[in-house]
Design a protein around this ligand. Sequence first.
Ligand SMILES: NC(=O)c1ccc[n+]([C@@H]2O[C@H](COP(=O)([O-])OP(=O)(O)OC[C@H]3O[C@@H](n4cnc5c(N)ncnc54)[C@H](O)[C@@H]3O)[C@@H](O)[C@H]2O)c1
Ligand SMILES: [Zn+2]
Ligand SMILES: [Zn+2]
Length: 369
Amino acid sequence: MREITGAVIESSGMPVTIEALQLDDPGPGEVLIRMASAGVCHSDLHVRDGDWVRQGPVVMGHEGAGVVEAVGVGVDGDLVGRAVALNWLAPCLRCRECQRGRQWLCQDSPAYRHAGLDGTPRVSRPDGSPVLSYLSIGTMSTAQVVPATAAVPMPDGVPPEVAALIGCGVSTGVGAVVKTAEVRPGDTVAVIGLGGVGLSCVMGAVLAGARRIVGVDVSRAKLDLAASLGATHSVHADPDRPDATVEAIRAATGGGPDFAFEAIGSPATISQAVASLPPGGTAVLVGLTKFGQRASFEAFPFVDGGRRIIGSNYGSAVAAIDFPRYAEAYLAGRLPIDRLIDRRLRLDELEDAFDRLRAGAAARQVIVF
Ligand SMILES: NC(=O)c1ccc[n+]([C@@H]2O[C@H](COP(=O)([O-])OP(=O)(O)OC[C@H]3O[C@@H](n4cnc5c(N)ncnc54)[C@H](O)[C@@H]3O)[C@@H](O)[C@H]2O)c1
Ligand SMILES: [Zn+2]
Ligand SMILES: [Zn+2]
């Protein structure tokens, strides 16, 4: 048992409080992580703002990296001292999807219980009352106990902030392009929404050798950042003129992109992604909407033109394989992940970070412990 400091919300829709908490020792199959860095992803904001109803109280955060300090029974002791990136969907390794190699669709991940491997919380308040940990990793905390399958060792030389981003935004965006969609050299790509996830789609499209990469955002600063990462065209979106955005995407790609990635999670921009497609084109939905929302598209040309819509969860990541690959690509200078980080902050500045994210004024903000 040790004292930690964590960012807690009482329930979805409530502001964050920074609290002194108790952390249990790691149980069988678990590891204790001293957190080094945690990214602020829009999925945290969905929880904070009540777009997604989640049980509380819960330690926030699902994008993080740290160092293994101790291991529980049954875990390789060589892990102690290793720098790791954390996987927010710790695979059970037993369900049908895990067995067929699709860990990003694991049906029995401890992450769904927001607790330890046995389903009970590892964190508590000083009065002994339990506190959940978001997706079983609750990264916005000075330390955490997580399932060992959530801790993926990083190669030497990867900064903790970069490792943290690999834990969600980078794997989600790069993987949507190179794994889910399997973009090929010479393909054309549009990316609607250039936050940490969309900018990672842009980096993935560069890595895949896409011929044209169209960045789309309401923020000119984001368009400039996307261009500096390799986007070849920019479309400045006006939410009041969705048809103009679609036309501009089609013009920039000579009739529509082979792949249109939606990295916001709004019905309006999902419709724009589908409407921008040429015959045979594919819309890849990466952004997550509020629960219960529906998006629509005109059915006849969709069918007549043989178009497709696919969803991409976690960039189809098999963390143990893909995290080190993305880290190696960073070290080789082919995935400039550090360029996404535009603010480093303290844990007690989290509400301010959420304000900036809500306003669309941040690429990736990272808490440094
Ligand atoms: N599928 C997954 O596995 C997965 C994983 C992580 C995050 N996500 C989701 O991806 C989405 C993006 O996450 P993020 O952290 O990059 O968010 P973010 O808030 O940093 O980025 C969103 C971007 O969209 C832009 N935008 C907003 N409205 C727009 C409009 N109408 N037209 C054009 N641009 C607009 C904003 O300016 C901002 O740059 C969220 O919904 C998040 O929950 C999905
Ligand atoms: Zn995320
Ligand atoms: Zn599984």
